[in-house]
Design a binder for this molecule. Structure first.
Ligand SMILES: C[S@@+](CC[C@H](N)C(=O)[O-])C[C@H]1O[C@@H](n2cnc3c(N)ncnc32)[C@H](O)[C@@H]1O
Length: 311
């Protein structure tokens, strides 16, 4: 049975909705094809070259084009690789490495990771900050916050302060953070490649529930951002209501502008019209990544800048 037919049979509403986004055989095939394993080398613990040389003795590595420390690797079970237990490498999906690259935090800065667990992007940001400055790593789900703490310990991250608030709580710290990552909770269509259950359980009402949470969080994040600061919004899903709609909402409510993202990554056209809504042309600067674009998880990434002297 073709991927298209399997998807149609498993969740007809899913098929109907997203065939309006893209309807090629390739798209449907990559929506469900198992993901390639990828890793990020953790330069907080050892130099990149040393870890790469060691791994090459045993595995084939292929660089992830958009992240210097990212590699595809031919390993079945990372848990059996000692470098993983030692925190020298971290299993992280290749497209999920993009938001921290776009945010580009610097040593000494104050950064908010509003939805941080299990911490793959917190670790990556600490790496770019050379463990200098501070990252407030927040996640309200206690079981996930525990995994976050364990991962940060294993990765040797020394600058994270873990909190367990609803992300909207941070809106009260107006004009405070140099950079903010909102890697939002979402309907996780990109994760179908890891877990079939995300296809089975997908419902439009879930998308709408997440959209409302995302709008609340992005507005709070923007409030907490310093004038001149950068906010990156990302999801691992393809629904325009959780992506373009949410960023367009922030554009309409505030004085934010979108920043251009220049990375060697293939993207799909951003959606500027959906279900009778029209979105700002500014959204052309966002990255909409479908799973067939680069053989990765689906992702959406937008970079917002708060003007100096802005509200
Ligand atoms: C996509 S995951 C984050 C992945 C993480 N950034 C990483 O790279 O490892 C989204 C997270 O949002 C958290 N979350 C759910 N509701 C939230 C809320 N109201 N405020 C902040 N975070 C929330 C979830 O517990 C989940 O861990």
């Amino acid at each position: 049975m073709s991927a298209r037919d399997r998807i149609k049979e498993t969740n007809p509403a899913f098929y109907k909705r997203y065939s309006r986004l893209e309807d090629t055989d390739e798209f449907w095939e990559f929506i469900i094809r198992p993901l390639r394993q990828s890793i990020r080398v953790n330069t907080l613990k050892a130099p990149l070259e040393v870890v790469v040389e060691r791994l090459k003795e045993e595995f084939e590595l292929e660089p992830v084009p958009w992240v210097r420390e990212g590699f595809f690797i031919n390993v079945d079970n990372l848990a059996k690789v000692p470098e993983h237990s030692l925190g020298l490498i971290f299993g992280q999906e290749a497209s999920s490495m993009i938001p921290p690259v776009v945010l580009d935090p610097k040593p000494g800065e104050l950064v908010l990771d509003m939805a941080a667990a299990p911490g793959s992007k917190t670790g990556q940001m600490a790496q770019y900050m050379k463990n200098e400055g501070c990252i407030v790593a927040n996640d309200p789900k206690l079981s996930r916050a525990n995994v976050l703490i364990a991962n940060l310990n294993r990765m040797g991250v020394l600058i994270a302060r873990v909190t367990t608030k609803d992300g909207a709580y941070f809106g009260r710290f107006e004009n405070t953070f140099d950079r903010i990552l909102l890697d939002a909770p979402c309907s996780s269509v990109g994760m179908i490649r890891k877990r079939w259950k995300f296809l089975e359980s997908w419902r439009l009402r879930g998308v709408i529930k997440y959209m409302n949470i995302q709008k609340r969080l992005i507005l709070a994040a923007y409030r907490a951002l310093k004038p001149g600061g950068t906010l990156v919004y990302s999801t691992c899903t393809i629904d325009p209501l959780e992506n373009e709609e949410v960023v367009d909402y922030l554009l309409r409510k505030t004085d934010t502008r979108l920043g251009k993202i220049d990375l060697p990554v293939k993207t799909s056209e951003p959606v500027l019209e959906w279900e009778g809504r029209t979105y700002s042309e500014e959204l052309k600067k966002a990255l909409r990544i479908h799973p067939n674009d680069n053989d990765t998880e689906a992702f959406f990434i937008a970079k917002m800048v708060k003007p100096e002297g802005g509200a």
